[in-house]
Design a protein around this ligand. Structure first.
Ligand SMILES: NC(=O)c1ccc[n+]([C@@H]2O[C@H](COP(=O)([O-])OP(=O)(O)OC[C@H]3O[C@@H](n4cnc5c(N)ncnc54)[C@H](OP(=O)(O)O)[C@@H]3O)[C@@H](O)[C@H]2O)c1
Length: 293
């Protein structure tokens, strides 16, 4: 039986990955910053490991007897005052060092679709910096480049629930977002394959206007869209670059950029965004930042 470490197990993608590894009969170790966060995942976890990736000492022994390390560790909407460099780069590097020390056979890392063409973005720079470490580590590896997750599309559902949607520019840029369960299946299936890179998106391509329309449809509401001119986006980013820290500016820069370019990844999966919206429309009034599965 192969033994896997899932780092990021408490996050949107990591939860599905943990479940898929278990479904495919792996022995699983899950990294978490607290035991409580793993409570709902108990039946998929053979062993917990409590650690904080930015603290290398807390990771000692984490890869002992492990064959495959999977990491979806990264900053998305965490409010713990850490930078991309501290978590996405150094945190993953701390994990990689443990993986090298214990001689694991493969390291799977979650990057971002189209990363190579967005190198001016702070978050992408840290992902690529880690990818370089991974490539020269001597370990077998797989770098996954996923398009936007369904979980991020909840922002559209929130706008629809409030009755007005906002897009930057024309709203006609295209994207094929992917469901966490589909992505997890692709990652776990590729864990024993030979490919080094996997670019992946969901089965349906939408414009941002169409995503908003699907979100309004889920509530049976009439679509109302406000289009924010691109010059406002650019001015806002320019101001933020000077007056806010990377911690604030970085995530905003990333999201404002990916909303205004076409991002169409190779299609995979059978979960559809319209169904996801319908499934989650009644949960949307949950507290801000509460995770929805
Ligand atoms: N969301 C998207 O649309 C998208 C698209 C492409 C790629 N990605 C990338 O995919 C990855 C996973 O995304 P996601 O949506 O699953 O993110 P998520 O739900 O925020 O999960 C991130 C995971 O990383 C953990 N983590 C963060 N900082 C940590 C730290 N200092 N020490 C230990 N654990 C830490 C979190 O633990 P806690 O639960 O303790 O916070 C959580 O388990 C990210 O790297 C993201 O950049 C995301």
């Amino acid at each position: 039986m192969k033994r896997v470490l899932v780092a990021g197990a408490t996050g949107y993608l990591g939860k599905f990955v943990l479940q898929e590894f278990k479904k495919q009969e792996y022995w699983t170790r899950a990294l978490s910053r607290s035991s409580a966060k793993l409570e709902t995942l108990e039946r998929y976890v053979d062993e917990e490991f409590i650690g904080e990736v930015t603290n290398a000492n807390s990771l000692k022994g984490i890869c002992k007897n492990i064959d495959i390390v999977f990491s979806s560790i990264g900053i998305t909407n965490q409010k713990d005052n850490r930078t991309f460099m501290e978590v996405d780069y150094q945190g993953n590097k701390n994990l990689l060092e443990e993986a090298i020390k214990e001689g694991v056979s493969k390291f799977i890392f979650i990057s971002v679709f189209n990363a190579a063409n967005m190198t001016d973005l702070k978050v992408i720079q840290t992902k690529l910096k880690f990818e370089n470490e991974l490539k020269k580590s001597g370990l077998d590896y797989l770098i996954v480049y996923p398009n936007g997750f369904f979980s991020d599309m909840l922002e559209y559902l929130k706008m629809a629930e409030k009755g007005r949607g906002f897009v930057f520019g024309s709203g006609e840029n295209k994207i094929n977002p992917i469901d966490g369960e589909d992505l997890a299946k692709a990652c776990v299936n590729a864990a024993t394959g030979n490919e080094k890179e996997l670019a992946i998106g969901g089965p349906d391509v939408f414009t941002h206007n169409e995503i908003l329309a699907a979100a309004f449809d889920a509530y049976g509401k009439k679509l109302k869209i406000t289009k924010i001119p691109l010059w406002i986006k650019n001015s806002l980013l320019g101001i933020m670059r000077f007056f806010t820290s990377v911690k604030t500016y970085g995530p905003v820069e990333f999201f404002m950029t990916v909303l205004t370019i076409d991002l169409i990844a190779p299609a995979y999966g059978d979960h559809h965004l319209r169904d996801f919206f319908i499934k989650n429309k009644d949960k949307i009034q949950v507290k801000k930042n509460e995770k929805i599965k």
